[in-house]
Write a protein that binds this ligand. Structure first.
Ligand SMILES: Nc1ncnc2c1ncn2[C@@H]1O[C@H](COP(=O)(O)OP(=O)(O)OP(=O)(O)O)[C@@H](O)[C@H]1O
Length: 275
C-alpha cells in the first residue's frame, strides 16, 4: 500500500498508510477501536478501494482471510465440513488436511454453533489456509479465546506461516497479544502512528502517548519461549520434539502454569512474570 486511505461521507476512516507484506513475513496492525485496522486490511484484500493512494497485490495472488465478523445464521444446522466449503469448494481430502494442520480434524462432523471460541478460530484458520494462500489476512484471530489458548493460536499462526511460506497480515485488537514472532508492527490511529519491531514500537513515544506507559510492558510478554506445547487434542509436545499424553514427567508436574517460563498478563493492566 502506498499512502493509501479511505474516505466516506466527508471523513477519512484511515489515511496515508504505507505497508507491504512479503512472503514469509508477519505484519501486525494494532491500534485503538475505530483506528482503521479493518479498513486497512480490507484495502489489502481488495474489498475496499483506496480513495487516495494505492493498494496492489501481486497478480494471481491467492489470499486466505479470517474476517472479524461472520454473517451466519447460527440457528441453522451447519457442520464444520460444510462450513469449510461455504466460500470455496473443497474436497474431503483438502478440508481434512487443513483441519489437521490447525489441530481440529476430529471436529469435522461437529456443529459449528457448538464449537468453543478456540475451536472456532482454528476452524476459521483451517478454512483460510485450505487453498494454500500466498497471503493470509487475519482480523483478530484470537477473539473469544482465553489467555493460554491465545498463545497456542499465535504459535500455530507463526508455524503455519513458516510451513506455507505465506505472508501474514494480522490485526490484533488486544495490545497484550502482539507476539514476538511478528516481524513488523504498524500502529494505526487514523494514520500510521508508529511502526517497527514489537520492541521498537513498544518503546516509541507516539505509541506510549496513545496507549500509556503500561502498554509497552504488556507488549513484551510474548517474548518468551515455551519448553513444551499443549496440543489441541490434549497431548504435550516437548522441546526435544517428543509427544506424550501429558506433561507430568517434565516441567509441569504440579502446576504447569508456573513452569512455562513466560510472562503472563494478569487481569487489568498489571503484568506479572512466572519463574
Ligand atoms: N463503510 C463505512 N462507512 C462509514 N464509516 C465506516 C465504514 N467502515 C468503517 N467505518 C468507520 O471507520 C472507522 C474505522 O473502522 P475500522 O473498522 O477500520 O476500525 P478498527 O480499527 O478495525 O476498529 P475495531 O478495533 O473496533 O475493530 C470507524 O470509525 C468506523 O465506524
Amino acid at each position: 500500500m502506498e499512502q493509501a486511505g479511505v474516505r466516506r461521507s466527508e471523513r477519512w476512516l484511515v489515511r496515508g498508510v504505507d505497508l507491504s507484506v512479503a512472503a514469509g513475513e508477519i505484519v501486525t496492525l494494532i491500534g485503538p477501536n475505530g483506528s482503521g485496522k479493518s479498513t486497512t486490511a480490507k484495502m489489502a484484500l481488495g474489498i475496499l478501494k483506496p480513495t487516495d493512494g494505492k493498494a496492489y497485490r501481486r497478480p494471481g495472488l491467492r489470499i486466505g482471510y479470517v474476517p472479524q465478523k461472520l454473517m451466519i445464521d447460527w440457528t441453522l444446522p451447519l457442520n464444520v465440513r460444510r462450513f469449510m466449503s461455504l466460500t470455496s469448494r473443497l474436497d474431503e481430502g483438502e478440508a481434512k488436511a487443513a483441519l489437521e494442520r490447525t489441530g481440529v480434524s476430529h471436529l469435522m462432523q461437529a456443529e459449528v454453533r457448538h464449537l468453543s471460541g478456540g475451536e472456532m478460530q482454528r476452524v476459521l484458520l483451517a478454512r483460510a489456509i485450505a487453498r494454500k494462500p500466498d497471503l493470509l489476512v487475519l482480523d483478530e484471530p484470537v477473539q473469544g479465546v482465553d489467555y493460554s489458548g491465545e498463545i497456542a493460536i499465535y504459535d500455530l499462526i507463526s508455524k503455519l506461516g513458516e510451513e506455507l511460506g505465506c505472508g501474514i497480515l494480522m490485526i490484533s485488537h488486544d495490545l497484550h497479544v502482539v507476539m514476538a514472532a511478528t516481524d513488523q508492527v504498524v500502529c494505526l490511529n487514523g494514520h500510521v502512528c508508529c511502526r517497527g519491531t514489537p520492541t521498537a514500537v513498544s518503546q516509541s513515544p507516539a505509541f506510549r502517548e496513545l496507549f500509556g506507559h503500561r502498554a509497552g510492558a504488556a507488549l513484551a510478554v510474548y517474548e518468551h519461549h515455551h519448553d513444551h506445547v499443549h496440543l489441541p487434542d490434549g497431548r504435550v509436545r516437548h522441546a526435544d520434539g517428543s509427544v506424550t499424553d501429558d506433561c507430568a514427567g517434565e516441567h509441569c508436574a504440579d502446576d504447569h502454569t508456573h513452569h512455562h517460563g513466560h510472562a503472563e498478563v494478569a487481569t487489568g493492566s498489571e503484568v506479572k512474570t512466572h519463574a
